[in-house]
Design a protein around this ligand. Structure first.
Ligand code: ZN
Ligand code: FE
Length: 256
């Protein structure tokens, strides 16, 4: 299995997940044209579309892809299916229901918070996290509560440290600017920030990162670190509780 990064719109990523036999699914095609170009350049055949949530900058390319490649399976979560908010959806998937790509089984995790229907896909050590978990950040809470989002992030945090994170956006630079203000003494954040600055200067993606790296640099996975708890309390968190710490840091990021 291999993964191709397909930059879309201003800062979105779609991903092609490709089997050894050249079959591919695309995750979150916000627009069709770059995906079609990537498929044609490599001679891959598209067999499906996997969506993490219903926002336009993730589903915008579905209709044109379905017209271009008939018989595609279009997979999204149960909640979004019930609410009819994914165009051309052919399959609704529940948490831990089997989803196959060739001989590989993907695991689906429900991760409400950014939206109530958000899901993530884990296949062969690659996590497609949509707008739930970014490198050094997490999505805004458009529909869910801090409690739901912190629970979703704690689910992702317990995955194997070697898991590679493929998020929906290139937000690392801004996220790391916030993270270094929150934790100025954190050397891992400073090192990662320098690395991302160099990559972005060459217009290279900062993704993927490993979950083990995110444990060190992502303020939204660090609600039980004493330094983060202290900052959250200074920002107004009413207790050391994980949800209170997470919520205070998320609110501070909204205004950053
Ligand atoms: Zn979104
Ligand atoms: Fe998005």
């Amino acid at each position: 299995m291999r993964i191709e990064i397909v930059p879309c719109l201003a800062d979105n990523y779609a991903y092609l997940v490709v089997t050894a036999s050249g079959e591919a699914v695309v995750v979150d095609p916000s627009e069709a044209q770059p995906v079609i170009a990537a498929l044609e350049a490599t001679g891959l055949s598209l067999v499906g579309i996997w969506l993490t949530h219903h926002h336009h900058d993730h589903v915008g390319g579905i209709e044109q892809l379905v017209q271009t490649y008939p018989r595609l399976s279009v997979v999204a979560g149960e909640y979004d299916a019930q609410h009819g908010r994914i165009p051309c959806q052919t399959r609704s998937i529940a948490e831990d229901e089997p989803l196959w790509l060739g001989s590989r089984r993907a695991r689906v995790l429900t991760v409400p918070g950014h939206t109530l229907g958000a899901i993530a896909y884990l296949i062969e050590g690659a996590l497609f996290s949509g707008d739930t978990l970014f490198s050094a950040g997490c999505g805004r809470l458009f529909e869910g509560t801090p409690q739901q989002m912190q629970h979703s992030l704690s689910k992702l945090r317990t995955l194997d440290g070697a898991t590679l994170l493929y998020p929906g956006h290139e937000y690392a630079a801004k996220n790391l600017a916030f993270a270094s203000e929150l934790e100025p003494e954190n050397a891992a954040i400073a090192a990662r920030r320098a690395e991302v600055t160099a990559l972005r200067a060459e217009h290279k993606p900062s993704v993927p990162t490993s979950l083990a790296d995110e444990w060190e640099i992502n303020p939204f996975l660090r609600w039980d670190e004493p330094t983060v708890i202290a900052r959250a309390r200074a920002l107004g968190a009413p207790s050391d509780d994980a949800v209170d710490v997470f919520a205070a840091v998320r609110t501070a990021r909204n205004g950053f």
